[in-house]
Write a protein that binds this ligand. Structure first.
Ligand SMILES: Cc1ncc(COP(=O)(O)O)c(C=O)c1O
Length: 412
């Protein structure tokens, strides 16, 4: 049984080969990337202890992303409607650009400058990571190129338009399923030949060890804020809290949970909600809740949807941001260590949750990714007592999904 250590951020609990729990993560990279990855590792480890770098990061995270922390609000009407547990939202979608991906994008832009590079590249699924990189690149005077599966390019048009408006080059990827998995493969291929001038920022806590760490280090801001907000709201950390988060690659979930890792799970429990796909389909994007097997994808060992020959299976989800066959090694570790629990909700569940939230609550407009987590909150809240606090990370705004929602629900 693998175990969490106390007082050490989970991103740092890997062995000298980069594996969490001795088997998840690592750095399965081509030989040509060894040096650029080593250089990035040395630079990041130095900068994360550098007071000036941290002060700059804090300025951006605390003022520029949002004036002060993103809101933490009670969903009073939803709570009254369902009965049972009290439901709250951490409204990360209020961050500049509309999602948590802004934190990783700022870190990537700051690192890019420190590495004396002027070109930022990344992957995107829902388009939010690409949008945030385009915002950060524009602000820091960098060039930006975003790889995006063609299927996502078509279904997340508002974010594609935003990236282009900010001056980024958006490269549609036509290989494979034309979704996030192919975008990540393509950006890595591009980086292999261009690493001397180009800085790669990965959009989630996936890929080789150092990218998992940089992304998790960035999104951890969410739980730093939440911890203070919970103390302001309740006077202390309450006795029974459930932190619910959708999981694609796993960066927003890690961000929501990281400050609470050391709490007893009977006090603060974590639930990750993966994409169960369409109700009547066998396809999904839920490796952890479907007990998938371990495999290597995008430079890291992880649980991954695969067939009996080890070939990556095609995934399906209404949510481009969750439509990924693998998952962060951090979440594989948390599942195996018994610290977090993972379930899935279907496309239809997410749409119904979105509909109910929009009917009852006017302060949030969760995109289809967090709507999966809200679906879980809606399912469990009535069975729990009002002493239980459910907090859902409303990590993205639904504007990018307006065409899908209009088509499926008749109106946006
Ligand atoms: C709004 C939103 N939520 C969640 C995700 C899933 O990614 P992660 O699990 O890394 O937070 C994405 C990915 O694009 C997203 O845009």
């Amino acid at each position: 049984m693998i175990k969490l250590k106390k007082n050490i951020p989970l991103i740092d609990q890997h062995d000298k080969h980069g594996f969490w729990g001795g088997k998840f993560g690592g750095s399965f990279i081509p030989e040509t990337l060894r040096k650029p990855i080593d250089d990035l590792t040395v630079k990041f480890e130095k900068l994360r202890k550098d007071k000036k770098f941290l002060a700059e990061r804090d300025y951006y995270y605390n003022n520029w992303v949002h004036k002060g922390p993103t809101p933490f609000i009670k969903l009073e009407n939803l709570t009254n409607h369902l009965g049972g547990a009290r439901i709250y939202a951490k409204v990360v979608s209020a961050a500049r650009g509309g999602a948590h991906k802004i934190y990783g994008a700022i870190t990537a832009a700051m690192l890019c400058k420190k590495m004396n590079k002027r070109y930022l590249v990344t992957d995107t699924g829902a388009g939010y990571n690409g949008k945030m990189f385009s915002i950060a690149a524009k602000h820091f005077g960098l060039k930006c190129k975003v790889f995006m599966g063609h299927k996502d390019y078509l279904r997340q048009q508002p974010n594609v338009d935003a990236m282009k408006k900010n001056g980024a080059e958006v490269v549609p990827v036509y290989t494979g399923s034309q979704t996030l998995v192919d975008a990540v493969s393509e950006v890595m291929r591009y980086w292999v030949s261009n690493h001397e001038k180009v800085h790669l920022g990965v959009g989630s806590t996936v890929s080789a060890n150092i990218f998992v760490k940089i992304c998790g280090w960035s999104t951890a801001q969410i739980s730093r804020e939440l911890k203070k907000q919970m103390i302001d709201e309740f006077g202390k950390i309450p006795k029974k809290v459930k932190l619910l988060n959708c999981v694609g690659g796993g960066s927003s979930a890690y961000g929501l949970w990281s400050e609470f890792m050391d709490y007893d799970k009977r006090q603060i429990s974590f639930e990750g909600i993966e994409a169960g796909g369409p109700k009547n389909s066998k396809k999904h994007a839920a490796p952890l809740s479907n007990n998938s097997k371990i495999g290597v994808l995008h430079g890291a060992a992880q649980m991954v949807c695969q067939d009996k020959f080890g070939q990556i299976s095609e995934t399906e989800s209404i949510s481009a941001g969750l439509d990924y066959p693998g998952v962060s090694p951090l979440h594989c570790f948390l599942k195996e260590a018994g610290r977090a629990n993972y379930v899935s909700q279907t496309d239809e569940d997410a749409l119904s949750a979105y509909k109910l939230i929009r009917k009852l609550e006017n302060k949030i407009n969760p995109s289809l990714e967090p709507s999966h987590a809200f679906a879980r909150a809606i399912a469990i809240a009535p069975k729990l007592s009002k002493n239980t606090i459910i907090i859902v990370n409303s990590c993205g705004d639904a504007l990018k999904d307006k065409h899908i929602i209009k088509k499926r629900l008749g109106k946006y």
